[in-house]
Design a protein around this ligand. Sequence first.
Ligand code: DGP
Length: 114
Amino acid sequence: MPTLFERIISGDLPADVVYRDERVTAFRDIHPRAPVHILIVPNKPIPTVNDIDDEDASLIGHLYTVARDLARREGIAEDGYRLIINCNAHGGQEVYHLHVHLLGGRPLGPMVST
Ligand code: DGP
């Protein structure tokens, strides 16, 4: 079964796509936790950080340069923002297709609730 994000990448499931190239797709989170909440995902399905291969290093770097560019485009680069990747159950991962959350547009508070 394709993940939700594979279906968004293929165009099978609608999403507010803000960036797309041959390696990554970025779209707005359906349940935004901040004024800007974008998910940057590899087009290639990698379930979790644990599944990243050494050969994926350039692709993973690209996720971050796209995040940087989107932060600038969204006008949050100067005030700041947070990039998050959740991994597996303790990390709170819900969708098993690797994704970077780009969050900003307000002070985000502590990194982790205690
Ligand atoms: P995570 O917990 O890190 O796996 O985050 C998954 C995020 O994906 C969560 O913030 C909500 C978002 N999400 C789940 N389903 C959809 C969907 O169908 N469309 C969009 N745009 N976002 C989704």
